[in-house]
Design a protein around this ligand. Structure first.
Ligand SMILES: [Ca+2]
Ligand SMILES: [Ca+2]
Ligand SMILES: [Ca+2]
Length: 380
């Protein structure tokens, strides 16, 4: 019951903030295996040669992890072609566990009505649900309008993660790629590590009662060493959060109202307790390796200078989970428990989508996105 209570509180907050309504349905939970499978690494052809050293090292690191894989030099700017390639790969005898997208690779765009107007957002569920049906009622706009069971189901069969700094205009892209793969290798070889700990930072509207805070914390099942910052016992502000970004947590999970390019602290997202902009993330010496942003639209990776991409290509970051639209991750244990068992980020995210309340039929889940290397674990 408590999950449902939490759900309604979140719905009330979101309705008050942006005026949407959210249905939910009960679904089953899918099981999976632990054996490393087959992976495809797509690299945008425009950066393939300049990143050949980094790609070679990464390829070897993933082989060492036990996966079989192939690298694809990709040049078609058409997301349907990319999905068809994934479907074709999944139908081969070796199957397909997931894909890593390096560089500016195409994404599907979805349209929805938020109660005031139509909004668009990039939807990577299009590339992971390989047997569901995606409907574009008016194909001339290239915006999907509906997602149905089709001949399969609406749940993801595979996972993907994107590694692309090219939406940032304050960062050199080639250097950003090179630095990212350097620290990725460092993490995999034990040269980059943090105390196994998590900061859970909960701004006002997700911390209205201690019971609600306790429910959020109860779902943070990947770490025993939790630091919780939430009202009423502490003060949650932009200044305090920016300070804590310089502390050596392994994982930061934040709940805060946001636009794609800034966090807005304070009740209703009015920003009265300060803002954290994408330039702040660039300029702060951020220490964490992983982020989960319960921060509307922060992971809209098609948006210029979006926060999710800025976090990913800041100092030490390896992976960022967030939403490309209104919404964020609820029922977090379905993500964190697989992580705590050593499952990779991509598979943990895929399993989260199979949770019984907030899977792909929940509009607040449809924008959930993984930025960074989906093959990492928190136990490497
Ligand atoms: Ca359309
Ligand atoms: Ca499916
Ligand atoms: Ca606050």
């Amino acid at each position: 019951m408590k999950k449902i209570t939490k759900y309604f509180i979140i719905v009330i907050i979101c309705v008050a903030f942006i005026g949407v309504t959210i249905p939910f349905t009960l679904i089953g939970f899918k099981r999976t295996t632990n054996t490393p499978g087959h992976v495809r690494i797509y690299v945008n052809s425009t950066i393939y040669n300049s990143l050949s050293t980094e790609i070679s090292q990464y390829y070897q690191d993933v082989i060492d992890q036990g996966y079989s894989l192939e690298t694809v030099n990709w040049s078609i700017n058409n997301v349907t072609a990319l999905r068809n390639d994934l479907i074709n790969a999944s139908n081969q005898p070796q199957g397909l566990e997931g894909a890593v997208l390096i560089g500016d690779l195409p994404s599907a765009m979805m349209q929805y009505y938020d109660g005031f107007s139509f909004k668009n957002y990039p939807i990577d569920l299009y590339l992971t649900d390989l047997d569901g049906e995606w409907v574009d009622i008016d194909p001339s706009d290239d915006l999907f309008d509906a997602h149905n069971v089709g001949t399969g189901d609406i749940y993801p069969e595979i996972w993907i993660g994107r590694i692309c700094p090219e939406s940032l205009n304050n960062t050199g892209h080639l250097t950003a790629y090179q630095n990212y793969f350097a620290r990725n290798h460092d993490y995999r070889t034990g040269q980059l590590s943090r105390p196994h700990s998590q900061l859970v930072y909960i701004d006002d509207d997700w911390a209205t009662t201690q019971q609600l805070v306790d429910e959020w914390l109860g779902d943070m099942t990947a770490y025993n060493n939790l630091t919780n910052v939430s009202i009423p016992t502490t003060t949650t502000t932009a200044a305090d959060y920016k300070n804590r970004l310089t502390h050596a947590y392994e994982f930061v999970h934040i709940f805060v109202h946001s636009w794609p390019y800034e966090h807005l602290f304070g009740p209703t997202g009015d920003g009265t307790e300060g803002k954290v902009t994408y330039n702040d993330i660039l300029n702060i010496d951020t220490q964490a390796l992983f982020y989960n942003l319960f921060a509307c639209s922060a992971a809209n990776f098609e948006y210029r200078n979006n926060l999710g991409t800025q976090y990913l290509f800041s100092n030490n970051t390896l992976a960022v989970v967030g939403s490309s639209k209104i919404g964020g991750m609820t029922m977090n244990s379905y993500f964190y428990t697989p992580l705590s068992q050593g499952k990779i980020f991509g598979e943990s995210m895929r399993l989260w989508y199979w949770n019984p309340l907030h899977g792909p039929s929940d509009p607040d889940s449809m924008g959930m996105t993984l930025l960074g290397d989906p093959l990492l674990t928190i136990l490497m």
